[in-house]
Design a protein around this ligand. Structure first.
Ligand code: GLV
Length: 310
């Protein structure tokens, strides 16, 4: 079997080629740039492929996304229809997202930004915040990462709600479904975590209308995709004081340009898309396993639904 790999940096691609060759010694692993006969390529392993990269491979059996999201693959207008897309999600990815969500929810819950400001001012700002069961945290998107994050927040003791497109049931989490229940979900939601997949229906969902439905002083955490957020609407909601703080891990343009207002905003914490990066060793093992299963059976549990977008 022949696998062509593409990641935006050639040195990264070369690193992955060596890794995958070690994991699949009987397969032919190559960088996309070195493919001489596109008709021989069976699988493409990609992160943010360029327009037309994948369409060249007329006999492709499947595309593998080096990550949980498949939006970066679907973004290619020349993507051939009907080729299965395999996501890469594993225990590590889920664990990392749980850690990130717990960290930033707790940080907002305990008002750490205010405490750090007080320390800088040598101000003994001794405040008591409500205990977790009296704090309502909402998670938008209840796929692998969203459901796992909601579960960990419930274990800490928060009053947790979740919202998703299709009905979900998670122990300790009050769930809401679809557009008709969005307002009820947002009502009283003091800390909002976005883990939705990026689809035409969710693009720009973190906007002025949604922020207005959150209670005053709500905090917003976006660890899904930058395109979920209307940047100017967040800035306006922070400016008016309706939204108190935001933690942003993802951006319309990554790396976030140095001139972007988010970097210096006193109420925004910026992290560089690190909420849950797959580490290459684990990711490589998962991809190799998925490719072997897919090659033997024609499918595997991580095949995404391209029509749904995740
Ligand atoms: C990261 O953003 C991913 O999709 O895994």
């Amino acid at each position: 079997m022949t696998v062509a790999i593409y990641l935006p940096s050639q040195s990264n691609t070369d690193w992955w080629v060596t890794l995958m060759q070690g994991l699949l010694p009987d397969w032919d692993i190559t960088s996309m740039a070195s493919v001489t006969d596109p008709a021989t390529v069976d699988y493409a392993v990609v992160w943010q492929p360029r327009t037309g990269d994948i369409a060249k491979f007329e006999n492709l059996k499947a595309i593998v996304s080096v990550g949980a999201g498949i939006d970066h693959v679907l973004a290619d207008p020349e993507l051939p229809q009907g080729v299965p897309i395999i996501r890469t999600v594993g225990k590590d990815l889920t664990q990392r997202m749980q850690e990130y969500v717990a960290l930033h929810v707790l940080r907002h819950h305990r008002d750490m930004p205010r405490q750090l400001q007080a320390q800088a001012e040598k101000d003994w700002h001794s405040i008591v915040v409500p205990v977790a069961p009296r704090r309502t945290v909402g998670v938008m998107g209840l796929g692998n990462l969203g459901a796992a994050s909601a579960r960990v927040l419930a274990q800490i003791g928060f009053s947790v709600r979740g919202w998703s497109k299709s009905p979900k049931s998670i122990d300790g989490v009050e769930t809401f479904t679809g557009d008709s229940e969005l307002d009820e979900f947002l009502d009283g939601c003091e800390i909002l975590v976005n883990l939705l997949p990026l689809t035409p229906a969710t693009r720009g969902i973190l906007n002025a209308e949604l922020f207005a439905k959150l209670p005053k002083d709500a905090c917003v955490i976006n660890c899904a995709r930058g395109q979920h957020l209307v940047d100017d609407d967040l800035l306006a909601a922070l400016e008016s004081g309706h939204v108190k703080q935001a933690t942003l891990d993802v951006f319309h343009q990554e790396p976030l340009p140095p001139s972007h207002t988010f970097w210096d905003h006193p109420a925004i914490t910026v992290t560089p898309h690190i909420s849950s990066r797959i580490d290459a060793e684990t990711g490589g093992r998962l991809i190799a396993e998925n490719l072997k299963i897919f090659d033997a059976t024609g499918t595997c549990p991580d095949v995404a639904d391209a029509a749904r977008g995740y």
